[in-house]
Design a protein around this ligand. Structure first.
Ligand SMILES: *Cc1c(COP(=O)(O)O)cnc(C)c1O
Length: 391
């Protein structure tokens, strides 16, 4: 059986041909340093400017409010540390949720060592940040609230507009990690009240190693990477021109095709969930029933380990993941599924299936057929098979 099906698109996607074609000249003919004043540099700079404009347009920002980074991780580190450090005279309290990406959570841990205080908000069992808790914990010295727009493990969409307005009512800056939102939702930084926002390219059919931080004009932020005057003195380092160009193209396409992709993915997702629920017993759906993106499904298969499911599916050519990609391989259950007020067994048995715009019903048929066999096999070797804890 040499069939290969990739259902780990929330970890990274392939690069689409349209994006690749746009990038290619930047590896050969247009190789100047975008910072150089000669014609080679100016040509590269023109490519960067064009990409910056595309990204700005897609999120309704001004191009000069965008700063390129090495990806989502760097942008999140920068947003949290840079905003906190630049605003520490106003206060030292920060609010994030318990289900943020590790790049947010670990940046907060570093800030705690510098004397900042961080509140980690709970989520309800569908993955939504508890607004009542936010209202309870926010205070006069809260300088920053950072809540992700869409969670990467369960796909739940947060009430960003409400959260941003609560932050602003209390004088705090609002940052969101929108890596999993772009391409799935219309993001308008003005309308949503976003002061700073993390995005990247490799989850939307663009290249890895490139991202951006949107920083609204007037927001104070300290640089994280120093050593060059690039990005208006806010982020040092020679610009990654091919990747920036690919990022611009990828987001342009994602915006252009948004409605069609959302519909396509909804059909695939619904077909997958319906079939799994019909054919496999004791499966729990993790996340929100409808306030969610369509490319991610997270399921807990009672009485089996998610890691075992992922490994057995891999033997059949099917790629899925447990937890986030950066956490896979570890033995700890997902911090996100644990935060859904679930028990540890449910977290350990969680598997994430994430689809691309190219996933077909035929792919799903093969995956479900294989999954039925894999779950049956794993449960048959589990001593407690007949007790069935889920549902
Ligand atoms: C992938 C991801 C990141 C990290 O982005 P990189 O570009 O891989 O560093 C951050 N936040 C979320 C929600 C993600 O899914």
């Amino acid at each position: 059986m040499d069939r290969k099906i990739y259902l780990d698109n929330a970890s990274t996607t392939y690069i689409s041909n349209e994006v690749l074609n746009e990038m290619m000249p930047c590896f050969s003919s247009i190789y100047g340093n975008a910072n150089s004043i000669h014609s080679f540099g100016r040509d590269a700079q023109a490519m960067v400017d064009r990409a910056r404009d595309k990204i700005a347009k897609a999120i309704n920002a001004n191009a000069l409010e965008l700063y390129f980074t090495s990806g989502g991780t760097e942008a999140n580190n920068w947003a949290i540390k840079g905003i906190a450090r630049a605003n520490k005279e106003r206060g030292r309290h920060i609010i994030v949720s318990k289900i943020e990406h590790e790049s947010i959570l670990q940046s907060c841990k570093e800030l705690e060592k510098e004397g900042f205080e961080v509140t980690y908000l709970n989520v309800d069992n569908e993955g939504l940040v508890k607004i009542a808790e936010l209202l309870h914990y926010i205070r006069k010295d809260t300088i920053l609230v950072s809540i992700m727009a869409v969670n990467n493990e369960i796909g739940t969409i947060q009430n960003i507009k409400t959260i941003a307005s609560i932050a602003h009512d209390n004088g705090a800056i609002f940052h969101t990690d929108a890596v999993q939102a772009i391409g799935n939702l219309k993001i308008d930084v003005e309308d949503m009240g976003i002061d700073a926002m993390t995005i990247n390219a490799h989850k939307i059919y663009g290249p890895k190693g490139i991202g951006a931080l949107y920083v609204k004009k007037g927001i104070n932020i300290e640089p994280l990477i120093v050593g060059g005057n690039q990005e208006r003195n806010r982020r040092g380092g020679t610009l990654n021109v091919p990747s920036i160009v690919g990022f611009g193209k990828a987001l342009e396409i994602a915006s252009r095709d948004l409605v069609a992709n959302v519909q396509k993915l909804k059909t695939i997702r619904d077909y997958f969930v319906k079939n799994v629920m019909e054919k496999i017993e004791y499966v729990k759906y993790n996340g929100h029933p409808y306030q969610k993106v369509n490319n991610i499904v997270n399921l807990s298969f009672d009485l089996v380990e998610g890691e075992a499911v992922a490994m057995m599916l891999d033997l059949e050519g099917i790629a899925v993941s447990t937890g986030a990609a950066c956490e896979s391989g570890g033995v700890e259950p997902s911090h996100v599924i644990l935060a859904l007020e679930n028990d540890e067994n449910m977290a350990r048995s969680a598997v994430r299936f994430s689809f691309s715009k190219s996933t077909t019903k035929d792919d799903i048929d093969y995956v479900v057929e294989t999954l039925v066999k894999v779950i049956a096999r794993l449960r048959s070797i589990s001593a407690v098979t007949k007790t069935g804890r889920a549902k």
